[in-house]
Ligand binder design. Structure first.
Ligand code: F0G
Length: 367
């Protein structure tokens, strides 16, 4: 029986590793590409969700972290550091544990979900809440990486982008070709950079470090449609934002590290980067849970929010194949599920301990 071996071993001939590399993996990747029935009906295109919440720590970050931690070990590092809005820190903490390395994570105070905070702590990372936002945390982490004996595992490390490009490979391998449109949330912009790299590499012959020239796998590349939260949309503004704000804490970022990569992905693919409001994000979050059966964290719903926005404007073509990456699991930040459209808290209905009362409450009549 075949067991998925993690993205490095599955795609070794397209990654900077060799036979003798000590691979740090938790079995990441191989995530489901789910047909989104209701989004497909609505748009008249075939829409799929790449459900990245199914990775070992519950987000797409694991694809990059297996590469970053493998590179850290190869470099002889004893400790790694990252800045994070939560998912990177959860992933770094888990993979550092697997590698036997110390891990320090810098997170913005108060603006990180309890689920993500718990993961970093559970995996034994040293967690520091910085009196500042993500962009401030990343500045400090970069300086630590430059001037102190710690290995930086943020996506400014090219190993992270290498690992994350495998998301595009898996989609092409599942569909038999690249989709027409790829939609995803944009925060620090590592992921849009990585997907575009993956799609480009799969659409042309590839010079492998270990396996010679590999033939093209896809006949085309998709348009890249990126969506930011309206209060944290530097690509829409055209410049960094000093005080980014959104309920989607995962993408509360004003000064994205992979600026040039995102601009290249947007322009080379003929796509765009637009913004969605917090309200549109929460509507899309509800759409995914209640209509598709897929539970994501709010930031992960930004891509779906964008597709719904573009559909409402009549700007989504019919008859195309569209893939939306939903980046992190709903259990990361479950509080938003307990909020109704009008903002009130959902209260579970309490019933007494007998079948007649429960049946009555459910509106059932005895058969
Ligand atoms: N979705 C989720 C759930 C995220 O956690 C992030 C980024 C993104 C989307 C945006 O991806 O940064 O590659 O453009 N989270 C980072 C973190 C910043 O620290 O966990 P991006």
């Amino acid at each position: 029986a075949h067991q998925w071996r993690g993205v490095i071993r599955e795609y070794a001939d397209r990654l900077p590793v060799t036979e003798s590399t000590r691979v740090i993996t938790l079995g990441e990747g191989g995530t489901p590409l789910v047909h989104a029935q209701k989004l497909s009906e609505l748009t008249g295109s075939t829409v799929y969700l790449k459900v990245e919440g199914m990775n070992p720590t519950g987000s797409f970050k694991d694809r990059g972290m297996t590469m970053a931690m493998t590179a850290a070990v190869a470099s002889g590092a004893k400790a790694v550091v990252c800045a994070s809005t939560g998912n990177t820190s959860a992933s770094a903490a888990a993979y550092a544990t697997a590698a036997g390395l110390k891990c320090a994570v810098l997170v913005p105070e108060g603006k990180i979900s309890m689920g993500k905070l718990s993961q970093a702590i559970a995996h034994g990372a040293t967690l520091l809440q910085v009196d500042g936002n993500f962009d401030n945390c990343l500045d400090i982490a970069r300086k630590l990486g430059e001037s102190y004996p710690v290995f930086l595992v943020n996506s400014v490390n090219p190993a992270r982008i290498q690992g994350q490009k495998t998301g595009a490979f898996e989609i092409v391998d599942s569909l038999g070709d690249a989709p027409d449109i790829h939609v995803l949330p944009v925060g620090n912009a590592g992921n849009i950079t990585a997907y575009w790299k993956g799609y480009k590499e799969y659409s042309a012959p590839f010079e492998s470090d270990t396996a010679g020239t590999l033939p093209a796998v896809s006949t085309k590349t998709p348009q890249m449609w990126g969506f930011q939260a309206a209060g944290a949309a530097p690509f829409v503004a055209g410049h960094p934002i000093t005080e980014p704000d959104t309920i989607a804490t995962a993408i509360r970022i004003g000064n994205p590290a992979s600026w040039d990569g995102a601009i290249a992905a947007r322009d080379e693919s003929g796509g765009f980067i637009d913004a969605v409001t917090d309200e549109q994000i929460l509507d899309a979050h509800r759409w995914l849970s209640a209509r598709e059966g897929v539970f994501v964290e709010p930031g992960s719903a930004a891509g779906v929010a964008g597709l719904l926005k573009k559909h409402a404007a009549g700007e989504v073509p019919t008859g195309k194949t569209i893939v939306i990456t939903v980046t992190g699991h709903g259990l990361k930040d479950p509080q938003w599920a307990l909020r109704t459209e009008d903002g009130s808290e959902v209260q579970p209905v309490k019933v007494s301990n007998d079948v007649v009362t429960v049946a009555a409450e459910l509106g059932l009549e005895e058969k």
